[in-house]
Design a binder for this molecule. Structure first.
Ligand code: ZN
Length: 288
């Protein structure tokens, strides 16, 4: 079942103060997760402006996080744990130190999104995808593309008020969005994206936090468009991975965190056995 697979689970420097890794793994277990990609933003270790909260802000600190994960494995035999740093869109891939690569089972790669110009966004996206493919080939580490629609959702709904055409869109419970409508809303050319994703053999993430943000708008149509965009990509042969992108799980009243968007996977007709990325990481060099 897809909700048991969460390949984007933040549990490093962004943990709450004084909370060790163990409760984060306990939360994963309590919420039905079985396969985890433990992550942290790589920038919190390389060229960090602030000292680390739980580990040193250095390559050594990252290795300590990895060691912390390994030390917890015996206590969580029901969890399959992978170590998967998240690489920012501007990180110089060629400058990522070898010890970082050696400590990592796979990587999560963010892509750049300059802003309002669809052609520019698409170009930045596919250029980064090519670079991520080269990085994966050079390091022998699998990589997937993090939250491909995050920046567009932020721009349309989160970081400023929705424009009236977005606000007044009628829900379409049975889909029926044209690719042009989707490209306009997400400020990306989905055909070009799909082509690059298949050419460079890079899965795109179906990210829980993006779905949480889009649901926060309380507008049904944007979520329907997001699912429609994924359906377009799927039809064009793109591979996906599930990730909650949860950063924490303690809300005002208790256990509130992030979720793998299992409903979206279900709507797309994708189940756990369709996540081929899992098979590839299970045979990666770091695994015994
Ligand atoms: Zn993340």
């Amino acid at each position: 079942m897809i909700h048991t697979i969460d390949l984007h689970y933040h549990a490093g420097q962004e943990r709450k103060d004084d909370v060790p890794l163990e409760p984060y793994l306990q939360h994963a277990r309590l919420t039905g997760r079985k396969i985890l990609g433990l992550t942290d933003h790589l920038g919190k270790y390389l060229n960090a402006q602030k000292p680390g909260r739980h580990y040193a802000a250095s390559v050594e600190g990252l290795r300590d996080y990895r060691a912390d994960m390994d030390a917890n494995k015996d206590a969580f035999p029901d969890l399959t744990l992978f170590f998967a740093p998240e690489i920012g869109p501007k990180e110089d891939l060629a400058a990522i130190p070898d010890p970082v690569i050696d400590s990592s089972d796979f990587f999560i790669g963010e892509v750049a999104f300059p802003g309002e110009d669809r052609a520019e966004n698409t170009e930045a996206f596919v250029t980064r995808m090519a670079a991520l493919r080269d990085f994966s080939d050079a390091t022998g580490r699998e990589i997937f593309v993090a939250h491909p629609f995050r920046a567009a959702v932020n721009l349309r709904l989160i970081k400023r008020d929705a424009e009236s055409w977005v606000y007044t869109m009628n829900p379409r419970w049975n889909g029926g969005f044209s690719i042009e409508e989707l490209n306009t809303f997400f400020l990306l050319d989905l055909e070009v994206l799909a082509d690059a994703a298949t050419t460079h053999r890079l899965p795109l993430e179906i990210n829980g936090n993006t779905q949480f943000r889009i649901r926060s708008s309380n507008l049904p149509a944007p979520l329907q468009m997001l699912w429609a965009a994924y359906a377009e990509l799927k039809q064009r042969g793109v591979e996906f991975v599930p990730g909650s992108d949860q950063h924490n799980f303690q809300g005002g009243v208790g256990r509130i965190g992030g979720a793998v968007p299992a409903d979206c996977f279900h709507a797309l007709g994708i189940d756990a056995e369709d996540i081929h990325f899992l098979i590839r990481i299970a045979t990666s060099p770091m695994q015994p």
